[in-house]
Design a protein around this ligand. Structure first.
Ligand code: NAD
Length: 258
């Protein structure tokens, strides 16, 4: 088989968190189009079911929708168990659920700080370790996490120290797990997207006025689209990336280059 055929994900079982919208939904569609059976995981079950139905109809993927709050360990363990019960294995997962909280540091409440750290960082820890336990037993698996360019630079003008800290944490958590599990067949990588035009940004009235400023700062003069992350995610989930582990792949249209 050639390189393109080897990139396909036929017969693989993959879950995606935060898959009811945005980057997660787009990633789930890409995995399914590449041949995988995909579990659509989100705190919003209605949204997840809609996405699962849409992807199944479009691709023939044996999708399931699972309600899970990634900050709750019992729910995460049950979600991974359901994926394994349904498909008999877990080839890859994309731990992507996340939120953005913007507030000046001196005004940020402990509750705001904890919420963004809980969902963005602890949620990835809980999902990656639950998936890792299954994959270590199998002797194979690919874990992908969503970090952000905001874990590499301090965004301006919006103040978001908690978000930045959470995403820098995801990057180093990813590398730590990759090193611990490198000899055991389990690879762990993350992607660090630049600004992507999803609900996270487009549905927030406080962020809309900033889009023009970000576009002016961006070398390409625009936000990215979730579809522009699909190929790297399919690559990381599949069998042509066997020497890629511990990588934090920045996909930001050169935003962080200067
Ligand atoms: P989005 O708001 O469109 O989607 C996030 C999804 O996560 C939603 O479906 C939401 O219901 C779900 N979710 C929220 N809290 C959850 C929880 N506790 N448990 C389970 N699911 C939960 O956002 P998006 O832009 O698609 O962002 C996806 C990821 O990408 C996030 O981690 C975000 O930080 C990251 N990211 C986004 C951008 C961007 O510009 N959009 C850039 C870099 C990184």
């Amino acid at each position: 088989m050639g390189i393109i055929e080897n990139m396909r994900l036929d017969g693989k079982a993959i879950y995606v968190t935060g898959a009811a919208s945005g980057i997660g939904k787009c990633a789930a569609m890409a995995f399914a189009e590449a041949g995988a059976d995909v579990a659509i995981v989100d705190i919003n079950l209605e949204g997840a079911q809609k996405v699962a139905d849409e992807i199944a109809e479009k691709t023939g993927s044996k999708t399931i929708a699972i309600e899970c709050d990634v900050t709750k360990q019992d729910q995460v363990e049950a979600m991974v168990a359901k994926v394994v019960d349904t498909y008999g294995k877990l080839d890859a997962c994309y731990n992507n659920a996340g939120i953005a909280v913007n507030a000046p540091a001196e005004e940020m409440t402990l509750a705001q700080w904890q919420k963004v750290i809980d969902i963005n960082l602890t949620g990835v820890f809980l999902c990656a370790t639950a998936a890792g336990r299954v994959m270590l037993k199998q002797g194979y698996g690919s874990i992908i996490n969503t970090a952000s360019m905001s874990g590499h630079i301090v965004n301006v003008p919006q103040p978001q120290c908690g978000y930045n800290a959470s995403k820098a944490g995801v990057s180093l958590l990813t590398k730590s797990l990759a090193v611990e599990w490198a000899k055991k067949g389990v690879r762990v990588n993350c992607i660090s997207p630049g600004y992507i035009g999803t609900d996270l940004i487009m549905s927030r009235d406080d962020l809309k006025p900033l889009i023009g400023q970000w576009n002016a700062m961006a070398p390409m003069g625009r936000l990215g689209k979730p579809e522009e992350l699909q190929s790297i995610l399919v690559y990381l989930a599949g069998d042509t990336s066997t020497f890629t582990t511990g990588s934090d792949i920045i996909v930001d249209g050169a935003f962080t280059c200067f």
